[in-house]
Ligand binder design. Structure first.
Ligand code: ADP
Ligand code: MG
Length: 284
């Protein structure tokens, strides 16, 4: 049975931060595995040419494998690229191959270059329903460390932005640029987009610095910041080399338990409200 509540409709969540190495990919794959292990149907779109999410999920992603590249550049249907993740039931992925690394340039000259992923995903989700397949509950999109056209496509596709922040000295640098980009996308391309979730990653509560960064983030984003923080953990960083998430590689490790808790928080926050929304009394 399902251990987490099912959202009323598919939640499409873009995991973004133009800084590299802050835990975007780690967060994407482990939240996805946590939600899937709780019985929800989850699709990960690896939208980063580095293909790290594909590696961690055990997806085939050699050059030429049908991938997000074919979706963005060649109008391939997403259904033709989706793979089942070998280790986790209810978890599917669209891989990224090295082909994607030229796509920012290739996209520039294509029509509707900003909305290509969105159209493809909307079609895929509708077709699943039309085919009588089970609805996808969560779509998580992993982004490259930049604000180029790949990330723009992910912002146009998502309804929520999930920002992992690493608890280190320059953590908040660049955040205002990220928020400005999101505002611009909301104004021109996707009125539904908003920052719903912020997760503190690689947190070491023994250091003053980590505590300071955490409290600064919570002050700026009291409703968005998760109570759960993700500790630094060797098991988390080892898992991808076994083509696994930490959720299957070492489910009882502190890192896996933290990501499971974060997945629960994500599910229980509904569409990104800090507390579950109660229906208002009739007539109000
Ligand atoms: P991004 O996708 O933002 O570039 P990654 O998720 O790839 O960041 O993480 C960067 C590096 O840090 C990777 O080697 C990853 O394994 C490692 N890492 C991420 N989160 C943790 C953690 N909580 N503890 C230890 N290592 C981590
Ligand atoms: Mg990454």
């Amino acid at each position: 049975g399902r251990k987490f509540p099912r959202p009323p409709k598919t939640r499409i969540i873009t995991v973004a931060n133009q800084k590299g190495g802050v835990g975007k990919t780690t967060t994407t794959v482990n939240l996805a595995a946590g939600l899937a292990q709780a019985g929800l149907n989850v699709l990960v779109i690896d939208n980063d040419p580095q293909g790290n999410a594909s590696t961690a999920l055990g997806l085939e992603h050699r050059a030429g494998t049908p991938s997000v590249y074919e979706v963005l550049i060649e109008d391939a249907p997403i259904a033709s690229t989706v793979q089942e993740c070998p280790d986790v039931p209810n978890l599917w992925g669209v891989p990224a191959t090295i082909d994607l690394s030229g796509s920012e340039i290739e996209l520039v000259s294509l029509v509707s270059r900003e909305t290509r992923l969105r159209r493809a995903l909307d079609t895929y989700l509708e077709q699943r329903i039309a085919n009588g397949e089970e609805r996808i509950d969560y779509v998580l999109i992993d982004c490259p460390p930049s604000l180029g056209l790949l990330t723009v496509n992910a912002f146009v596709t998502g309804r929520e932005v999930f920002i992992p922040i690493q608890c280190e000295y320059y953590a908040l640098e660049g955040l205002s640029q990220l928020l400005k980009t999101i505002d611009m996308i909301r104004a021109h391309l996707n009125p539904d987009l908003r920052v719903s979730s912020i997760l503190l990653t690689m947190y070491d509560g023994r250091t003053n610095l980590a505590q300071q960064v955490a409290s600064e983030v919570r002050t700026h984003f009291p409703n968005e910041t998760f109570r759960t923080t993700i500790p630094r953990s060797v098991r988390i960083s080892e898992a991808p080399s076994y083509a696994q998430t930490v959720m299957t590689y070492d489910p009882s490790s502190t890192g896996a338990l933290a990501y499971l808790e974060a997945a629960r928080e994500l599910a229980e926050r509904g569409q990104g409200f800090s507390s579950p929304r109660r229906p208002s009394p009739a007539g109000v």
